[in-house]
Design a protein around this ligand. Sequence first.
Ligand code: NAD
Ligand code: MG
Length: 384
Amino acid sequence: MIKRIAIFGSTGSIGTQALEVIEANPDKFSVEILTANSNETLLVEQAIKYNPNIVVIGDELKYTKVKEALANTSVKVFAGEDALKEVAGMDCYDLMLAAIVGFAGLKPTLKAIENKKAIALANKETLVVAGDIVMQKAIENRVPIIPVDSEHSAIFQCLMGETRNRVEKVYLTASGGPFIGRKPNYLVNVKREHALQHPNWEMGAKISVDSATLMNKGLEMIEAKWLFNLKPDQIEVLVHPQSAIHSMVQFEDGSIKAQIGVPDMKLPIQYALAFPARIPNNYPRFSFKKFNEFTFEEPDIKTFKNLALAIEALQKGGNLACIMNAANEIAVYAFLKNRLGFLEMTDVIEKVMGEVKFIDKPTLEDYFDSDADARTLAADIIRL
Ligand code: NAD
Ligand code: MG
């Protein structure tokens, strides 16, 4: 049976790699929905090539351009934020690949869950912001949330066949990012172009900066808490610069399972799309001869303070991770525009986390309000 795929965020790093996976497996997948925020040129190109049922362009000003470019096709064109949600509620697909970056991914993903569609989740911010509500809704609607993030895919794969066995802890591995081993006197001068050069992975701009600050690992700790129902002290980060072990699970008998492979996001994407099956491919294989040394160290959270802030949010719970995420999004975009220094991002996030009202048991509305308040405050502090 062909699985009908909706890619939310099809023009991004994850979205484009997912299309490569789908293209290589036309007997298994079809493309039903593609969405992009502002890159109408690539969206149109993708629509002509993959002939989906529907495309959505987030930026409403670009609707006419997309509509005209696709006038001779049967592709239906929608535009705007509300259309993303509306389309997520349609029946024409089986699985949503949630590959929008940031808080913007939350509403369409929630809608897809309510619509009882399976979710392949790349958008970690969805769980960072409202993990309790998202996971609860997934249980109520009997919807599987299959992680795409490589670490979580690794843990998910290690857990296969272990449903009755309790997890003692998980080890989330981290490459350490482009500035591994660096100290504040170096980081203070770091600019956008340095932060965007990741040693092992090629990714979108926001997650590249998050990887450079180690905020990404903090977001992933929170993501792991919700996906696998873990307590904060069951999640340990290990810096493993080879990025060969994608993460590990330790069970109650002390036994540890690891998932190993080449660092290529197409592998976790393919696993999530095809789950529970594995699809053969001819991608390069991992070589133990080439990687004959695996090393591990503790993350330097004194230098990379964003990770310390994320651990605080993980431990405190409530709406603190939502506040942190919003401040981080604003800070990262300001950094990318050269409006904020690398280390100043932490100052902004810390200040916003201290000032926006803490709510112990937030509702979905509370999360939206906290997100908005945190964004306004962060923008005020940066004077955007
Ligand atoms: P990206 O910036 O390359 O792509 C983002 C996509 O989201 C684009 O298609 C863009 O059009 C769309 N988008 C952005 N803002 C939007 C908005 N406001 N409304 C609607 N659509 C919007 O990002 P990416 O690197 O592909 O990452 C996507 C998600 O996957 C992120 O949450 C990231 O943390 C996660 N992730 C990425 C990687 C990776 O290797 N790139 C790995 C693990 C997890
Ligand atoms: Mg990851």
